[in-house]
Design a protein around this ligand. Structure first.
Ligand code: SF4
Length: 174
């Protein structure tokens, strides 16, 4: 399978993978932390991911095998900035969904509006289920918020938002 010119032999720059996280979306999730982020938010928890030189270059085949070996968890893309490697992650999400039926959350320092205005970024949005959007804002930080770091960030139901053309928040109370 090839999607937008990307296949399993294509490469991606990652920071690492955490397995069975309960804090990066609903349920237990394997989290792929990609490398490189242009946002440089004050108070970022992962500043080691900002610099391109810190990335580990791996094939999508290798990431695919790592993310599907448990078979039990859904998947979250975090970073770093996932939308800086949008085509690679879009391929990965599509391929894993079609072969394993998992759902995908994606975190971004970009807003929903910025992402849908950029066709290069929108390809990833279309392959995911939930977006947590916006930069981390230290002054808007609040303790005990579920799945986000600051109040400006929104947890967005991607499918409903793309259907209606406006942001629909994800219902966390199901
Ligand atoms: S967008 Fe995320 S990874 Fe990038 S600087 Fe902000 S908090 Fe850190």
């Amino acid at each position: 399978m090839k999607y937008n010119g990307i296949d399993l032999n294509s490469e991606i720059s990652i920071s690492g993978i955490t397995y069975s996280s309960a804090v990066d979306g609903v349920g237990f999730r394997d989290v792929l932390f990609v490398n490189y982020c242009p946002h440089h938010c004050d108070g970022c928890h992962n500043p080691e991911t900002w610099d391109k030189a810190n990335g580990r270059i791996v094939t999508l085949q290798s990431v695919y095998e790592d993310l599907t070996k448990s078979g039990l968890t859904n998947i979250t893309f975090s970073g770093g900035e996932p939308f800086e490697q949008a085509r690679e992650l879009a391929f990965l999400a599509k391929y894993i969904r079609e072969n394993h039926g998992k759902n995908f959350w994606v975190y971004s320092g970009y807003t929903f509006e910025q992402i849908i205005a950029d066709p290069e970024k929108k390809v990833l949005l279309e392959q995911c289920d939930v977006l947590v959007d916006g930069r981390f804002e230290k002054n808007n930080r609040q303790q005990n918020m579920r799945f986000r770091g600051s109040l400006n960030q929104r947890i967005i139901d991607i499918k409903k938002s793309l259907e209606t053309g406006e942001v629909v928040l994800y219902d966390l109370d199901w």
